[in-house]
Design a protein around this ligand. Structure first.
Ligand SMILES: NC(=O)c1ccc[n+]([C@@H]2O[C@H](COP(=O)([O-])OP(=O)(O)OC[C@H]3O[C@@H](n4cnc5c(N)ncnc54)[C@H](OP(=O)(O)O)[C@@H]3O)[C@@H](O)[C@H]2O)c1
Length: 270
């Protein structure tokens, strides 16, 4: 079987996590990776016959079939200028926040299939939730799904929902971290040392998520019913949290982030 030739243009925080995740995955022997960045000496040491690091975007694009653009939005126009004429029949995957499919098509032309992706930092441990949107054909999206399913899970969404995906999935990592930190602090107040409290909070969070991840029919509320005995301590704690605004604070936080991201997008347009 021919290897999938993948170029990662922009090997920063996200690009490097993609490289690392792919090299740690079962796909490793089925891919040929070439990864670019401007300052090569800063690349963390990775020795693998499966990846070549270079500053040469043209070489990377010319020698690959799938091109993952992972630079900052402001860095993208220069990259486009360098490689636009080489993109014919390639599968293009953009991770760049804020650039819609229509914008990407206007910048890159219509001779390639373009897929927009929104992963999160859990991609570094192959547990990303990656939302994908596309206008292209079925084969290209399958390639994107193959890559990102190796690095976590994927969901295909309408491009209009990408801002919402950025808040719920990418910013979501920060929201969950804060919840884990808060429960850790509560655990310390109840008598655990910081290390023990964090271990209990993290594993309990993972356990709750796994119950839902492993059974599509499971619902958070029915799982809560299983641990709340009438007049018991769990329902009392939960009701106190709700009285203090737990659910509404989270929902308002999400909508507030969404308003901000929409504002930034309008500012860019204007
Ligand atoms: N981080 C995340 O979890 C995340 C999640 C979702 C989406 N995104 C999006 O993904 C993109 C990358 O994010 P990031 O956090 O990885 O940013 P980052 O750490 O700043 O990485 C950007 C990389 O692009 C490289 N670069 C810049 N110009 C280049 C050029 N002309 N040729 C080759 N490489 C070039 C930079 O190289 P040098 O360091 O050598 O200058 C840097 O390594 C952004 O658009 C971001 O919005 C990120």
């Amino acid at each position: 079987m021919n290897k999938i030739k993948i170029a990662i243009i922009g090997t920063g925080s996200l690009g490097f996590s993609i490289v690392k995740g792919l090299l740690d995955s079962p796909l490793k022997d089925k891919i040929q990776l070439i990864a670019t960045k401007r300052k090569l000496p800063e690349i963390p040491l990775v020795k693998s016959e499966h990846v070549l690091f270079t500053t040469d975007n043209v070489l990377a694009v010319e020698s690959s079939d799938v091109i993952i653009f992972s630079v900052q939005p402001g860095q993208f126009p220069l990259v486009v200028e360098q490689v636009k004429s080489l993109l014919k029949n390639k599968v293009i995957i953009s991770t760049i926040t804020g650039l819609t499919l229509n914008t990407l098509e206007a910048m890159l032309g219509n001779e390639c299939d373009i897929i927009r992706s929104m992963p999160n930092t859990a991609i570094a441990v192959s547990q990303s939730m990656t939302c994908l949107s596309y206008h292209g054909n079925g084969e290209s999206i399958k390639t994107a799904q193959l890559i990102f399913n190796t690095l976590g899970k994927t969901l295909i969404i309408n491009d209009e929902l990408m801002q919402a995906a950025t808040v719920l999935g990418a910013s979501g990592i920060a929201f969950w971290m804060r919840l884990i930190r808060a429960t850790t602090q509560g655990g310390i107040q109840l008598g655990f040392d910081a290390h023990e409290a964090k271990a209990i909070a993290v594993q309990t969070c993972l356990g709750a998520a796994s119950i839902l991840a492993e059974n599509e029919k499971a619902h958070p509320e029915s799982e809560i019913d299983k641990v709340t005995t009438p007049k018991g301590c769990t329902i009392r704690g939960l009701n106190e949290m709700e009285y203090r605004g737990l659910s509404s604070a989270l929902i308002r936080g999400l909508t507030s982030s969404y308003e901000m991201i929409s504002q930034i997008k309008n500012d860019i347009k204007g």
